[in-house]
Design a binder for this molecule. Structure first.
Ligand SMILES: Nc1nc2c(ncn2[C@@H]2O[C@H](COP(=O)(O)OP(=O)(O)OP(=O)(O)O)[C@@H](O)[C@H]2O)c(=O)[nH]1
Ligand SMILES: [Zn+2]
Length: 294
């Protein structure tokens, strides 16, 4: 039996890449299909004589495009058109943290910024760098930095419509020549959503999806109780909260709120946290009798 990763799926055939880099075209056996698991690109599979036998449990999976076991996502945020928003960025970061996908932040359209706009966005991005995120942008952009991060990783590009995802993908993979749409040509919207995805070699033994990930986010499955864990800089400080499981909202002696007051945690990050937390709580009411002291 051999194992590898599905890098392409076309009409019942699955191209599986082995650790050696060799690619074998396989298909699913009849009895395998009865298991009602539809193999998707990114799946780690076992096969024999070009027949798939098993799909290994997935670390995560996206629906649009269907791709499994992502390690890394490049979150494309435009500086303008649409305007840069930490609220939207934090939603992506929460989503990715929940799915154990590492995030890299990529700022596009910096060439359209005035100096003062640029300074304001730089201030915000400095906060993300401080938290530990890698931040890159379309000018002064370093392909080798992205390649180094992507080494042995499976990655995808995601971001809202018009953010510049296809433009970035074209830069990373000029051989693909993805169509970039003028933001105004709304007829082209959603064009990528029905396409199948293929993983292409990128960096040292890395793979990159040729199709951008979704542009709208569903956070509704997230448990508001653990939401704070997705705000990585809160986690280190939260050990000093008086209550274990402190959600940093109304609780007394909250180290996170204290850190916001001193500026150690950025106010905008906390505000985004509170807003997302409230949205999730409305979706899923939580009744807690008491909190245990730490
Ligand atoms: N000036 C400038 N324009 C850019 C940059 N990146 C993207 N654009 C333009 O912004 C528009 C949208 O870019 P796309 O790459 O198509 O955006 P997308 O995220 O793939 O959009 P959807 O396909 O709608 O999801 C296009 O007109 C691009 O030419 C940039 O860095 N600078
Ligand atoms: Zn707290």
């Amino acid at each position: 039996m051999q194992s590898g990763k599905i890098i392409k799926s076309i009409s019942g055939f699955y191209d599986v890449q082995l650790a050696s880099g060799e690619v074998v075209r396989t298909r699913a056996r009849g009895n395998f299909r009865k298991q009602k698991i539809k193999p998707i690109v990114g799946d780690l599979v076992e096969f024999e004589s070009a027949y798939l036998l098993a799909v290994k449990p997935r670390q995560n999976a996206l629906v649009r495009p269907p791709v499994a076991n992502l390690d890394l996502a490049i979150v494309v945020m435009s500086a303008v058109e649409p305007d840069f928003s930490t609220n939207l960025l934090d939603r992506y970061l929460v989503y990715l943290a929940e799915n154990q996908i590492e995030a890299v932040i990529y700022l596009s359209k910096t060439d359209l910024l005035s100096d003062s706009q640029r300074a304001a966005i730089e201030d915000r991005l400095a906060v993300y760098r401080q938290i530990g995120y890698t931040v890159c942008q379309n000018d002064g952009y370093d392909r080798s930095q992205l390649e180094a991060l992507a080494s042995q990783q499976t990655l995808i590009v995601m971001g809202q419509s018009g953010a510049g995802k296809s433009t970035l993908l074209n830069r990373l993979m000029p051989q693909l020549a993805l169509e970039t749409a003028q933001i105004s040509s709304s007829l082209n919207r959603g064009k990528h959503t029905t396409r199948t995805v293929t993983l292409y070699p990128f960096g040292a033994d890395g793979l990159i999806a040729d199709t951008p990930g979704f542009s709208s986010l569903d956070l509704s499955e997230i448990d508001p109780i653990t939401l704070a864990d997705d705000f990585l800089e809160f986690a280190q400080i939260a050990v000093n909260c008086r209550f274990r499981g402190c959600q940093h909202l109304q609780e007394p002696d909250c180290a996170v709120k204290a850190a916001v007051a001193t500026g150690e945690i950025a106010q905008f990050r906390y505000d985004n946290y509170v807003q997302i937390s409230q949205e999730l709580s409305h979706l899923r009411p939580v009744y807690r009798k008491s909190s245990k002291p730490n």
